[in-house]
Design a protein around this ligand. Sequence first.
Ligand SMILES: Nc1ncnc2c1ncn2[C@@H]1O[C@H](COP(=O)(O)OP(=O)(O)OP(=O)(O)O)[C@@H](O)[C@H]1O
Length: 453
Amino acid sequence: MIILETRNLKYTYPDGTVAIQDLNIEIMKGKKIAFVGQNGSGKSTLFLLLNGTLKPSQGEILFRGVPFKYDSKSLREIRKSIGIVFQNSDDQIFAPTVFQDVAFGPSNLGYSKEKINTCVQLALEQVGLSRFKDKPPHHLSGGQKKRVAIAGVMAMEPEVIILDEPLSNLDPVSADEIMDLINEFNHFGSTIIISTHDVDLAYRWADYVFLMSNSRIIGQGTPVEVFKDSELLKKAGLKQPTTLEIYHEIERRGLAYGRHSPKTIPELVNTLKPLELMWVEVPPGVKEGDNLNLGVMYGEYATQSPYEAINATVLHIHSDGRAVVELKRKGIKAGGILLYDTENYSLPEIKQILKKGEITFVGAMGKKSKILAEQDGIQLDVTSGVIDKSILMALCGKRCLILTAGGMVDHALKRIKEYVEKSGIEFTVGVVNREEDCQWLKESRSSPETLKI
Ligand SMILES: Nc1ncnc2c1ncn2[C@@H]1O[C@H](COP(=O)(O)OP(=O)(O)OP(=O)(O)O)[C@@H](O)[C@H]1O
């Protein structure tokens, strides 16, 4: 239901300043409405028009569908139904005591003494000022004066409460208290209209926002609709609410999950993708959206399994060439490297090892071993850089067999052992046909993953 409406409203001050023009708005009952605009955009003038303090130069205002009339009886009715709290409480508070000040409105409405007493006491209770009722209002703090002004309006039990810059000059705690109070009135059915240049407040609080600029309404809608339109905000000389600004940056960098317009800090935090992010150097030519392979992680860097293959999607490339990437982890099981001393060569034994050991990668080091393999038809996957390639294959989960002889066996074993110790990545390693090396395996590894041969 529309409770307040203006049609072609215009107001010109006696000095010729046009403060309101072409103003057509509809305000729905029970809603929280914010008029947002720069200094001098016309908010206060509009509010004075909306409670009948000023009379339009042109156009009309309707309350519950009935046009305002400006005789004193009609004006009293309007002010009873539509209360206004001025920006500066000193403009509103003038009686010798808090009680008398709050009683001013109800007395003007011609209420009986008992009714005045009841509604003033109730209003003072609601704003938490009962104990100050006999104090002179000018001895109160700014926040307390604001409460007195609100109580004065409350005491008339208006359907609509208009508050011009309700939080100006208030410290953050007092501001929160005033907003709690306002929200309580709204909860019990009052329509609340505020003016503010605080975009953050309007964005998180209002049900509906009117954007004012140069005496006109230049935009209106839900806070999300109004505040996402940065061009419109620029026109009104305003900036985006901080939470929305941070969110758009998060979204631009590809870090937002789903589509949101967070209004509070917890909502903002919830928009972050549940992802693992990392800054990495990217080679030239890599684009946002590309996939990179970052290798294998283990130890403190592996979060889900002892070894993880890390792929990454590039989300955002910074101007310095570094990029934010989203990690995609894949748990891998390290394989193993078996060495076979070809001094004690036996083809049936090798065939059995290849089969039962589930060997998928075979290499040979040294001329003798290569010749043996060739003669007996053992297919070699690698014949140079055998140790390093085997380590890589073991890291990828493969089981490798290296055929080599004599001192080369010890050399290979030492290299692999060093790698295992330095890297912290444990994979099975040993000489299959030499007893003492298997012994070394048992001693040096806490939980050896032995090949079942
Ligand atoms: N009594 C007056 N006589 C002449 N011009 C006035 C008077 N009061 C306000 N104005 C002018 O009317 C225009 C709108 O002023 P208004 O106070 O309504 O703006 P506002 O949006 O409430 O500003 P603020 O955010 O600073 O309170 C401004 O140009 C202002 O200078």
